[in-house]
Design a protein around this ligand. Structure first.
Ligand code: FES
Length: 103
């Protein structure tokens, strides 16, 4: 079975098939995609699935979610960067307020 990730990349929707296994997360799909298909795909994560770093927040099917805890499903899933943050590239945005960032 496959999952289809439809990723908003600078306003252009790009669709990628990724392998699907029950229990995988959206982040698992993104990591597979970056390893196997597109090393330029930008997204953030740090703790993988501890739900501790909050780095992986994005829109999953239009709702704010953690990619590491959102379940990958065998259908098309739409991924987009958080709309209210400064976009770095693809799904990566600036999360920390300017006064909390290191120089
Ligand atoms: S990767 Fe840390 S909360 Fe998702």
């Amino acid at each position: 079975m496959k999952a289809l990730l439809a990723i908003d990349r600078g306003g252009v929707l790009e669709r990628f098939e990724v392998p699907f296994e029950p229990g995988q997360s959206v982040l698992d799909g993104l990591r597979h995609l970056r390893d196997a298909r597109d090393p330029t795909l930008a997204f953030r994560y740090a703790c993988l699935n501890a739900n501790a770093c909050k780095e992986c927040m994005m829109l999953v099917d239009g709702k704010v979610a953690y990619a590491c805890t959102a379940r990958l499903e065998p259908r098309e899933m739409r991924l987009a960067p958080l709309p209210n943050k400064r976009l770095l590239r693809d799904l990566a945005v600036v999360l920390a307020p300017a006064d909390e960032r290191l120089a």
